[in-house]
Design a protein around this ligand. Structure first.
Ligand SMILES: [Ca+2]
Ligand SMILES: [Ca+2]
Length: 318
């Protein structure tokens, strides 16, 4: 029964330590650099589309990349043309920021790599969205998030982004003049002071989740997740690395940074139930189990599609 041999090997080996040569720490800058400076979308083509299934759910993946079959991008769904499906937000040109060209666009796509060249995807930078990212060093005059007396905002909300010495006028006409824009939805509204708009425009970045299978066994040992800032919840205030360096699924390393993964902005402490992270400003903390499982699912689905597409496609190494 040769088909069972791989399973037996996994059981015998147990937890496989992560690679020292290429792991989420060393590869994050490589992946981030490409995500920030992607190849022109017009130079990429849809190479193959394949039906995939995961835990009973069925869907399609589109593999896109260079002519010749090298896969760079995985898109959830069937898309005809990559440049119609995804877009990149040029800094300072969009308000509110968007990464979704209507009506054919999707936010469900990511860059993919096969770092060890075994033919299987082991690293993915998957889009979260076009978000506001706090600068490395926040200037003293940087606008702040001021919470108004009403807890939940709403159309008559009083939360604003600006400066306490320039408060939100109660008068509707004055408010429209000083706070011409607002952001929000789903019962939450934040007014933006006109002088604070450029700060937002300059802060827009395409922000990605990073998922790394660092011992190449199909499971994820390293993730980098964006987290909202507690004082300026419109912004991603930090990215947090969670690692399972023993490869046994339990997180034993965690730190937060802003732009360089080798910096340490803060050290998250595990709760009684393990490490948690804050994906949005309105939702509560979530277990880190979710991004680990999501990353493993995305890699598994990608590998399923690559295999299904056959010799027409191959993953790039680095
Ligand atoms: Ca691989
Ligand atoms: Ca792994």
């Amino acid at each position: 029964m040769p088909r069972f041999i791989p399973f037996i090997l996994v059981v015998i080996c147990g937890a496989v330590p992560v690679s020292a040569q290429s792991n989420v720490i060393s590869f994050f800058p490589v992946a981030s650099s490409e995500a920030a400076n992607p190849p022109p979308l017009d130079s990429l083509v849809i190479l193959c589309q394949h039906k995939v299934e995961y835990q009973g759910s069925k869907g399609w993946l589109s593999l896109a990349g260079r002519r010749g079959g090298e896969v760079l991008v995985v898109v959830d769904g069937r898309v005809e043309k990559l440049s119609e499906a995804i877009s990149f937000v040029p800094v300072g040109t969009a308000f509110p920021p968007t990464a979704r060209p209507e009506p054919k666009g999707t936010l469900d796509w990511g860059f993919v790599w096969d770092r060890n060249g075994d033919g299987r995807a082991d690293y993915m930078a998957y889009l979260d969205g076009a978000l506001f990212l706090l600068p490395d060093t926040v200037p003293a005059d940087f606008p702040v998030f001021v919470r108004g007396p009403s807890a939940l905002g709403g159309p008559g909300g009083t939360d604003y982004f600006g400066w306490p010495e320039k408060p939100l006028p109660a008068n509707r006409e004055e408010r429209a003049k000083d706070f011409p824009r607002s952001l929000g939805g789903a019962g939450v509204q934040v007014f933006i002071h006109r002088d604070a708009v450029p700060y937002l425009e300059r802060s827009v970045r395409m922000v990605y989740y990073h998922y790394a299978d660092d011992n190449f066994d199909g499971r994820v040992e390293g993730v980098v997740v964006p987290e909202r800032d507690s004082e300026r919840p419109l912004f991603v205030g930090r990215r947090t690395v969670f690692r399972s360096t023993r490869g046994d699924g339990s997180v034993d390393q965690a730190w937060s940074f802003r732009s360089s993964i080798s910096d340490t902005l803060s050290l998250p402490k595990p709760t009684a139930g393990g490490f948690v992270w804050w994906p949005t400003w309105s939702a509560g903390p979530m277990s880190v189990t979710e991004p680990f499982e999501r990353g493993a699912m995305l890699l598994t689905l990608t590998n399923s599609a690559v295999k299904g597409c056959g010799s027409d496609v191959h993953l790039r190494r680095e």
